[in-house]
Design a protein around this ligand. Structure first.
Ligand code: FNR
Length: 366
């Protein structure tokens, strides 16, 4: 029997992953909102990037190590928060944590993790942040924030682009509900019941979000969260200069430029298209991270050149997880980092600090 070929590209993890998964889970992972225009836009934006290589530079040792909110990282490529990893692998987030740790990468754990924050912390060897949605139940939010600090999470990532869940037609058509054996174990089962209730023609996750997430939250509410926790506060899902300036004014310690992988607002811009405007608006006041459509280390390079301090991977990490557990997660992150280092070498920019807008040719979509 011949061995399967080793993955050479992040997308090589996709097919082995989906061979192992039921099709509604595949749709849940791959899908976007509405007509999936924002999902497509993420990929199309990267297709418009060309690189501007410089030559006769010493590129014998391209260095990807960096630092983020005080934590050293071997790579600026990290793990975006994604829900319910036990849908993809029996070890769930424990495998993700082990893989990220092995790659020296940041892991942003989802509020809807299917392992406890404490178990994940015990499996992790690298820095991790906790992602939150603003729950109607502030007492529950407060409890999570305390647990995160106690378990050594180094930042809170408040996702601000999902006051309502995006209209994800694939999930609605599939009547998608989270299977009963996969649970968001960090939250009270009563709070999660709607996510497990299948109904034809609708997404249980949309119903659950409507029940659990507070859509009335506004900028002044952030003060409560900041006062409640000593951890730095990161806002994920900012797509305009106006909101970037508000984020800075309201004390955000970092921003993630993201259209939620095209899963929230259809016709949202690609994150890459608005990254330069957000970076300009922030004007160095805090680090800007990026996610959405990154499918190679060269894509990561482009986002870093346009001003991101780090780049997060959503679906590719899930492909790695489903295909090969912790090894697959580490494989995806290591491959992206190796491609990034290679691109840095071939463009004559051997340090991340040498990556600036002169490294790419890119015109944001109007
Ligand atoms: C997500 N994303 C997400 N974001 C978040 O803040 N909390 C969450 O629980 C989830 N869950 C989730 C599940 C799945 C299956 C996917 C694909 C995505 C969005 C995620 O953090 C990130 O913004 C995008 O996935 C980035 O785009 P790519 O890399 O998937 O193209």
């Amino acid at each position: 029997m011949t061995e399967p070929a080793a993955p050479l590209r992040l997308t090589d993890y996709r097919e082995p992953a989906y061979r192992r998964l039921p099709s509604p889970v595949r749709d849940f992972v791959e899908g976007g909102a509405g007509d999936e225009r924002a999902l497509d836009a993420d990929r199309r934006a990267f297709a418009r990037v060309t690189l501007r290589p410089r030559v006769l530079v010493d590129v014998s040792a391209p260095a990807t190590a960096t630092e983020l909110l005080g934590a050293p990282l071997a790579t600026p490529v990290g793990v975006a928060p994604t829900a319910y990893h036990r849908l993809l692998h029996p070890d769930g987030e424990l495998a993700t944590a082990r893989g990220a740790g092995r790659a020296g990468a940041l892991y942003v754990v989802s509020l809807f993790a299917s392992r406890t924050l404490e178990e994940i912390a015990a499996a992790a060897t690298g820095p991790r942040w906790l992602q939150l949605y603003w729950l109607r139940r502030r007492d529950v939010l407060a409890g999570l924030v305390d647990r995160a600090a106690d378990a050594g999470y180094r930042a809170l990532v408040l996702t601000v682009d999902a006051p309502h869940l995006g209209r994800r037609h694939r999930d609605a058509r599939n009547g998608f509900a989270v299977p009963p054996d996969v649970r968001a174990v960090n939250l009270d089962p009563a709070l999660m019941a709607a996510a497990h209730r299948p109904a034809p023609g609708r997404s249980a996750l949309a119903a659950h979000t409507a029940e659990a997430v507070d859509p009335a939250v506004t900028w002044p509410d952030l003060a409560w969260l900041r006062a409640r926790s000593p951890l730095p506060l990161v806002l994920k899902g900012v797509l305009t200069a106006e909101d970037a300036r508000l984020a800075v004014r309201h004390g955000a310690d970092a921003i993630v430029v993201s259209n939620h992988g095209g899963r929230q607002l259809d016709r949202a811009p690609a994150g890459l298209d608005v990254l330069p405007e957000v970076v300009d608006a922030v004007a160095g006041a805090c680090p800007v991270l990026f996610d959405g459509g990154v499918r190679s280390g060269t894509d990561a390079y482009a986002a870093l050149a346009l001003g991101a301090r780090a780049v997060l991977l959503g679906r590719p990490v899930l492909w790695g997880l489903a295909a090969d557990g912790a090894d697959g997660v580490a494989g995806v992150l290591d491959l992206a980092t190796a491609e990034l280092a290679h691109t840095m070498a071939l463009t004559g920019r051997p340090a991340l600090t040498a990556l600036d807008r002169t490294a790419v040719s890119f015109t944001p979509a109007p």
